[in-house]
Design a protein around this ligand. Sequence first.
Ligand code: NDP
Ligand code: 8X3
Length: 248
Amino acid sequence: MIVLITGASAGFGAAMARTFVSHGHRAILAARRTERLDELARELGDSALPVTLDVTSRASIEAALNGLPEGWRDIDVLINNAGLALNTKPAHEVPLEDWDTMIATNCQGLVTMTRALLPSMVARSSGLVINLGSVAGHYPYPGGNVYGATKAFVEQFTLNLRADLVGTGVRATNLAPGLCGGTEFSNVRFKGDDAAAAKVYEGTVPLTAEDIANTAYWIATLPPHVNVNSIELMPTCQGFSPFAIKRS
Ligand code: NDP
Ligand code: 8X3
């Protein structure tokens, strides 16, 4: 299999690349930080191809995909993993730029990547798109505002892809994790305040990037007649809150 993983320079994406390559598959490692991708490609050897791209730029995506070498173009699995949350401030305080960046990356970038690769999958009557959703797309929480909304978009887009792809042999899955540690997710969300990022996981046993990579690998290696539409994972220590009620 050839797997193209966006956001392969860190977190889930790097773990997924290691998992797929360790099982004998090839991985195209896509992200903005070239040095990180090169380092991972050195670790993984000839089965990995680093490709610098910014999913928020259609020109960057097209240039990267058009530049893929012969033998790397028939992508079997696209994992739209690149994404981010910015801020935990309430909606009326968060800078609009943060919302723009999340929408551009988590929604616009994901659909642009998908649209670029789908025709080739449909023409080959086989392929799989795994989109990284989140529990934030299923349940509201304070400060989740646009991040959660982008992940709800990801889930509905994935299900609508399924509607369009029935009969083509191409599969699509929304993979929605909950609290997951050991990635740069919270460092990015708290904009480099690593102490605040670390606090998110204090006293917990969160999911790991390897848990998510193993789940993606399981989805990708199911028989071709099986489509996981959507799957949600939480660490055992995570659950649900009661409704907030403001009493006078
Ligand atoms: P990380 O911050 O560790 O990794 C995010 C990756 O996305 C990086 O490789 C980054 O690479 C890449 N990326 C960000 N913006 C762009 C861009 N414009 N173009 C290309 N690549 C980009 O986060 P995680 O691994 O934790 O998260 C991965 C995905 O999983 C995200 O979509 C996130 O929303 C989702 N998720 C995470 C959870 C968690 O708790 N960690 C839980 C549920 C979902 P670079 O900066 O080099 O471009
Ligand atoms: C990441 C999980 O709970 O921080 O998508 O929104 S959460």
